[in-house]
Design a protein around this ligand. Structure first.
Ligand code: ADP
Length: 590
């Protein structure tokens, strides 16, 4: 049963019960009052009769007692009985004179006894002589020498009728009251229900997680009754809850941001192995888009799956594994998984150790490269010296050839060792740079001059397209000249005969730097070699196969020097794909 029906029933029942009780009490009181009024009237009438009749005894002697009783009965519209004090009836307005003698002695009647005793008395009973319920009032006529009784009676139906009509009115009033009570209880139930429903609705909105201002505002807080009090309390609780939730959300966001900014990938899975959280870095490392809601086994990474199985057994486990990325490369990952003691969740932290691995392999490559590169000239020197010692010393012509080879290779060795030393100094920041304001054009001209002879051999022309001859840059003079010499030297080395080398400068105010480019019309560099061209000892297969001397350290030195001068360096195909274009930037000097 709904609350509205319950409130209605409760109010309706209590009103009905109180109306019924009021009806019963009113009916009882009214009957009593009415009875008293009739008795009062009967008493007055009887008193009048007493005054009217002289002597009842004398009526008996005159033999007109019954006719007087009849007349008085007619006049007063009631039954009048004249009774002698011995109980004998001598006149009765309802009974014929002849039948009077058959009436029994009235001295035992209640009203008679009382009247004889106290002067008046009354009773209500069924009269066998007139065959109806009657209300009797008897009075003792004290005016007489030996007082007799005059009794006046009305049929009880008279009282019944009056009470019945009164009852009808009371019943009508009760019915109206009941109707009003029904309407009132309906209205009261409705009002209470609406108030409760309003509160319940607002509260269930809040409970449903909607802590919007509109939901809180919907609470009837400005009411001054108990509903208002409850609404104000709910509103206060909601506001508190809202600020707590906001605080928690803020902390969660901050925590999430911190986790996202971490270099490590983090993933959390529940007891059953379903992924419940991961940071951006995790997705980046494993090259997947969204893994929340997936099971660990659905990640498709066997190593993580076996890590999960191991951690289930021993609470924590580590593994180093590789995965293939979408672009076909291989990533090396170090993963460690722990099971939380409290929540039993699995927390996986992964590091991308590809770079570390590459560095290690680079170090290994570097050592083998250095050994390899150094061994060639050393072997040549050794072989030539042995030949010289064994036989060629006597043959001056031959000796000169071997001595020249020894000199050439020792020069190469010196050059390589000095390049290596330079590279190591630059990389360890031991090369002291003197940064100053330099005229770029002057530096370029100087480098071109120092290499001009090389160009002449192959008939290569150098053109300089530098619009701003007074462009100043911030750089170390020696370092800048070395960068330029290395790049121009390479351009000469790897260009075809009778070609042109273009040197250009472009001021980029937006980036606050100057871009210097050296474009040749040689064979260019393949897209596969471009990413590693600045690595130490890297030489293209073609360069290795050719007679061109070189160690593969020049561009590594260029890259390190440019970076030390706060610039960038790179290579791209020359316009129209007719060679390569090496470029680097330097900060503008103001
Ligand atoms: P190297 O002493 O061998 O020239 P570098 O570090 O200067 O060493 O160059 C590395 C490699 O890059 C070279 O062996 C060559 O294969 C390639 N390279 C450099 N400059 C050019 C160029 N201008 N055109 C084509 N290939 C070049």
């Amino acid at each position: 049963m709904g609350i509205r029906a319950r409130i209605f029933l409760l109010i309706f029942l209590s009103l009905s019960i109180s109306i019924t009780i009021s009806y019963i009490i009113a009916e009882r009181d009214l009957t009593k009052t009415f009875e008293e009024q009739i008795l009062d009237q009967l008493e007055k009438q009887a008193s009048l009769l007493v005054e009217y009749i002289d002597e009842v005894d004398s009526l008996l002697t005159n033999n007109n007692a019954d006719s007087i009783a009849d007349r008085l009965g007619n006049a007063s519209n009631s039954r009048v009985t004249l009774i002698l004090n011995n109980g004998k009836v001598i006149g009765d307005s309802y009974i014929d004179e002849k039948e009077l003698s058959q009436l029994d002695d009235h001295s035992t009647r209640e009203e008679f006894i009382e009247a004889m005793k106290y002067g008046f008395g009354w009773s209500s009973r069924y009269s066998a002589s007139v065959k109806q319920q009657q209300l009797y009032f008897a009075i003792r006529d004290n005016n007489e020498i030996s007082p007799n009784i005059i009794r006046i009676a009305v049929p009880y139906t008279y009282l019944d009728q009056a009470i019945q009509s009164l009852d009808l009115s009371i019943l009508l009033v009760a019915m109206v009251a009941l109707l009003v009570a029904t309407i009132a209880s309906g209205l009261a139930a409705n009002y209470t229900y609406t108030s409760i429903a309003e509160l319940a609705n607002a509260a269930s909105n809040l409970a449903g997680g909607s802590l919007k201002k509109s939901s809180i505002k919907a609470l009837p807080t400005d009411r001054v009754d108990e509903f208002g009090n409850v609404a104000r309390s709910i509103s206060q609780i909601s506001e508190d809850l809202k600020s707590q939730i906001n605080l928690l959300a803020k902390q969660r966001d901050q925590f999430g941001l911190v986790l996202d900014d971490l270099g490590e990938g983090i993933m959390v899975a529940d007891k059953k192995g379903e992924i419940t959280y991961c940071n951006e870095q995790f997705l980046l490392i494993i090259s997947q888009e969204n893994v929340i809601g997936l099971e660990i086994k659905d990640l498709g990474i066997k190593s993580i799956q076996s890590l999960y199985k191991k951690s289930k057994r021993s609470k924590s486990a580590d593994i180093e594994f590789e995965i293939d990325t979408k672009d076909g490369a291989t990533k090396w990952i170090l993963g460690s998984m722990n099971q939380s003691k409290t929540t039993k969740e699995f927390i996986l932290v992964i590091h991308d150790i590809t770079q570390l691995r590459q560095l290690n392999s680079m170090r290994r490559d570097f050592i083998s490269n250095v050994s390899h590169e150094l061994r060639t000239p050393v072997s040549v020197i050794r072989a030539n010296s042995e030949t010289l010692l064994e036989s060629a010393l006597d043959d001056k012509k031959q000796a000169k050839v071997f001595a020249k080879a020894i000199l050439h290779n020792s020069e190469r060795l010196t050059e390589m060792v000095s390049d290596l030393l330079d590279l190591s100094r630059i990389e360890h920041g031991e090369l002291k740079l003197h940064i100053e304001k330099l005229n770029l054009q002057e530096c370029i001209d100087k480098s071109i001059d120092s290499l001009k002879n090389l160009g002449k051999k192959k008939n290569i022309d150098i053109k300089c397209n530098c619009p701003n001859k007074t462009q100043y840059v911030l750089a170390d003079k020696k370092a800048l000249e070395r960068i330029l010499t290395n790049l121009i030297d390479n351009a000469f080395k790897y260009s075809e005969e009778n070609s042109v080398i273009n040197i250009a400068t472009k001021t980029k105010h937006k980036h606050d730097n100057v871009l210097i480019s050296i474009t040749d019309s040689g064979k260019g560099i393949s897209d596969v070699d471009k990413p590693v061209i600045f690595d130490r000892f890297f030489r293209t297969a073609e360069a290795r196969a050719s007679e061109k001397k070189g160690s593969g350290l020049g561009l590594a030195i260029v890259k390190n020097l440019v970076n030390s001068l706060n610039g960038d360096v790179g290579v791209k195909n020359a316009p129209n794909n007719t060679g390569s274009q090496f470029w680097f930037t330097l900060p503008i000097a103001r």
